[in-house]
Structures are given as structure tokens and as C-alpha cells.
Design a protein around this ligand. Structure first.
Ligand code: GLP
Length: 243
């Protein structure tokens, strides 16, 4: 694991934007895995700015989002599809249909998860998976548990994760769906490169356990220790628990 230590969230976003830019210059047809949450918003702002300035082209790019809530669709402002449109898709020239987000309203969520896996495989797999980190060590919506799933699957969300998302639902926990679909641990680990963005003191414990602690299903991010091409880009607060 490479740990890149930055001063603050803006520097984390700057470095992440540089990584994505370098990849797209080198591989204009790259397949990206993308996260939602508060952490990547500054990154998406920078990618949109670079696109507007003419220095970043998404015309041949394909993207797959990590996860989506079950029971809400793209018309719901709290859905991750709506988030992606707001922060990235509507601001860059990613062709319609190349930004893949699981369909939260699919009649058969299990079949939807399988379809998603097949689409990733048909695209040639992920070149770069950008990740955020849950304060409880989740990645995507792979929550701490006795067992973890390899493939894209349906999950019941733990309350800390629902709370962390309440801001996207007007601060009302009751409005946050109780279920989601998420790429599995195997889906994420199969990506050729992984970029994990972490900011803020509330993530410090998870960062330290992920890097220095044992591999455990109780901290899904610890499995990133098994991947040969992981860069963790974190600010000083997130790194404050590291030895
Ligand atoms: C969310 C998402 C994750 C995200 C994480 C951190 O619930 N499912 O993909 O990376 O939790 O979110 P935030 O960046 O808001 O702390």
C-alpha cells in the first residue's frame, strides 16, 4: 500500500484528480469504478473544472458506481444515480449509457446485481477503482460482518452507514433506505488499481486498523492489504492514528 499524506481535503482531491487525469491521458478508454459520499465531491468538482477547461475528455470512458440504495430511483435526490448526475455525469462529456449505476428500482435486485457484474466483465474489468471509507471500515456498502461477499450483492445497511448518508436525505434518518446493492469485495479487489480517499478525524481509527491491523471481515477495508496496487490518499486528520 502506498500512503500519500496530504495537508487537507482540498489537497487530497487535487492529488486524486491528478491520478485520474494521468490515467485518462494514458488510457482514454479507461473503465473507472466510482464512489459517492461526501469525500469525493471535491474530486468531482476538479474533474468537471478540468473538463470545462478542455484538459479532460470523458468521451471514451466507462464508469461503474460502487453501490446504490434499494427502493429509490434516479428521480429521488438521495439516490446515488442522482448524486452522480449532480456532481459528475451532467458536468462532463461521458456518453449517456456509459455511466453505470445499479438500478435501485429493479424488480429483481439479485438479477440486477448479476447483470452489473456481467457489464463490468464485458467492459474488460475496472482499470481504477476510486473508493471512500466508512468510519466503520466499510468500502462500497460492504459492512463489517462475520462473512463478506465476493460479487455484487444486496445488503442490509447498518445504522452508522445510514446515519452517514442522512445528509443526502435532508438529515432525516427515517428517509434513508435500509437496503442497498454494492459491488462485492472480489469485484473491488479485481480492479487493476485502487485509489482510496480518506479525510477527517472520524476516519482515523479505521485508517489505522486498515493499514496496521489484521485482515478481518469486521473491517472490510483491511482486505485492501491483499491488493498490489493500492494508494491511500489521506489528510492529516485521517492519518492521525497511524504509527
Ligand atoms: C457511503 C458509501 C461509500 C462511501 C462511504 C463514505 O455510505 N456507500 O461508498 O465511500 O460511505 O462516505 P463519506 O465520504 O460521506 O464519509
Amino acid at each position: 500500500m502506498i500512503i500519500s499524506l496530504c495537508d487537507d481535503p482540498q489537497d487530497v482531491a487535487d492529488l486524486a484528480a491528478q491520478r485520474v487525469t494521468d490515467l485518462l491521458l494514458d488510457q482514454p478508454r479507461a473503465v473507472l469504478g466510482l464512489p459517492t459520499g461526501r469525500t469525493p465531491i471535491l474530486l468531482y468538482d476538479l474533474l468537471a473544472e478540468r473538463h470545462a477547461a478542455g484538459t479532460l475528455d470523458f468521451s471514451q470512458v466507462t464508469t461503474f458506481n460502487l453501490d446504490e440504495f434499494v427502493g429509490i430511483g434516479e428521480d429521488h435526490p438521495g439516490s446515488y444515480r442522482a448524486y452522480m448526475r449532480r456532481y459528475l455525469f451532467d458536468r462532463v462529456n461521458l456518453p449517456h449509457g456509459r455511466g453505470h449505476v445499479l438500478d435501485g428500482l429493479a424488480a429483481d435486485p439479485d438479477a440486477e446485481c448479476e447483470r452489473f457484474e456481467e457489464q463490468i466483465a464485458a467492459a474488460g474489468g475496472l482499470d481504477l477503482q476510486v473508493l471512500g471509507l466508512g468510519a466503520n471500515g466499510h468500502i462500497g456498502f460492504n459492512e463489517p460482518a462475520d462473512t463478506l461477499s465476493a460479487r455484487t450483492h444486496r445488503v442490509t445497511l447498518l445504522e452508522p452507514s445510514r446515519r452517514a448518508n442522512a445528509g443526502f436525505f435532508g438529515g432525516d434518518l427515517a428517509q434513508v433506505p435500509t437496503e442497498a446493492m454494492t459491488m462485492g469485495m472480489g469485484t473491488i479487489l479485481k480492479s487493476r488499481r485502487i485509489l482510496l480517499l480518506v479525510t477527517g478525524r472520524e476516519k482515523a481509527e479505521a485508517v489505522s486498523a486498515m493499514i496496521n491491523g489484521p485482515l478481518t471481515t469486521q473491517l472490510p477495508a483491511s482486505f485492501l492489504q491483499l491488493h498490489a496496487q493500492v494508494e491511500v490518499i489521506c489528510d492529516g486528520e485521517a492519518a492521525s492514528g497511524l504509527r
